[in-house]
Design a binder for this molecule. Structure first.
Ligand code: SF4
Length: 321
């Protein structure tokens, strides 16, 4: 049976970022998480002190990635860690994931990038940050860097709705995300955006409608995470007092929902991640125990193919809120 080849040039029903990276570099590239020992304005008192309601950085920091280790030690241990699973991988991106990795003077960011660039097997850097932690000076530097190094600036956007951004104590509004995204893309830098699916302030229709808003932005790649309640967060407290206010996706309910969501996402946006998987040590709910990410993605793709759904199918369809 002939398979449909979509506008993004392959048969997966969404525009896969992994496929793009494989084609661009001719091989699999793994990310090594690097802790640059930054903090966050939503934790140090500049914007707030408690952090975002969902955030516990322990939920995604890998064991080797701690600020007590030097950058060289983190990279060496990260490579060993990755080699246990992907023996043939020999090229990497450094992933500055923890906290806000542009929340420092430019000179400190430049010094960190220089340290990373001393490793020739690291062929690019992904910089996770908040949209209010970037400025023209830093963007001009990253634009220059991106002429000879693969650079992605990944913004935590989380929601397009200010009512949600207020409710999660984010400390910036959606206009701030939009401005940062445009300023970054206009300089030719790849832009990643991270969104949370399932915030308690948003109906399912609102989440679907947000896909239209995201699709109008000049972003390169999109990461989606279903809302997860993790320990030591404001949401964990709220959940213990009143779990009914959260309507959390199970793996079974998330697949049809996210499949539908993708039909409203423009085909030009590459999909980098579709779900999160907090480690058991911090996870409270929902319980996706035993659901491996790769299996989840296979099931999602199968669902999309079976139901004749693909990314962008409904891009021109309006959504009633
Ligand atoms: S999600 Fe990012 S911005 Fe929010 S508290 Fe955590 S590190 Fe800070």
């Amino acid at each position: 049976m002939n398979k449909t080849v979509y506008s993004w040039g392959h048969t997966r029903p969404f525009n896969s970022y992994a496929h793009y990276i494989q084609s661009k570099f001719g091989t699999r590239i793994q990310k090594i998480s690097v802790h640059g020992n930054f903090t966050c304005p939503n934790r140090d008192g500049t914007k707030g002190v408690g952090g975002c309601s969902f955030c516990n950085n322990d939920a995604f920091i890998t064991a080797y990635c701690t600020p007590e280790r030097s950058i060289a030690e983190q990279i060496a241990e990260g490579k060993l860690f990755i080699k246990q699973r992907y023996k043939r991988v020999n090229r990497y991106f450094a992933y500055l994931q923890a906290y806000s990795n542009t929340y420092a003077p430019l000179s400190r960011i430049q010094a960190l990038i220089k340290e990373i660039q001393a490793f020739p097997e690291i062929i690019g850097v992904i910089i996770g940050t908040r949209p209010d932690c970037i400025d023209n000076e830093k963007l001009d530097y990253f634009a220059e860097l991106s002429k000879q190094y693969y650079v992605v600036i990944e913004y935590g956007v989380e929601s397009v709705y200010n009512k949600s951004l207020d409710a999660i104590n984010r400390g910036h509004d959606f206009a701030c995300s939009k401005n940062a995204i445009y300023a970054t893309a206009q300089r030719g830098i790849h832009v990643g955006a991270h969104m949370i699916i399932g915030l308690p302030t948003e109906s399912e229709q609102e989440i679907l409608a947000s896909a239209h808003i995201i699709s109008e932005l000049p972003i390169t790649s999109l990461k989606l995470h279903q809302l997860q309640i993790v320990k030591n967060t404001k949401f964990a407290d709220d959940f213990s007092k009143n779990p009914e206010q959260f309507s959390l996706f199970t793996a079974e309910t998330y697949i049809p929902f996210v499949a539908n969501y993708l039909t409203y996402i423009s085909p030009h946006i590459m999909i980098e991640r579709l779900a999160g998987d907090s480690p058991r040590r911090v996870r409270i709910a929902p319980n996706w125990e035993g659901v491996k990410y790769e299996t989840f993605v296979q099931k999602l793709e199968q669902y999309m193919l079976t139901h004749s759904l693909w990314q962008g199918k409904n891009i021109h369809k309006s959504i009633e809120i």
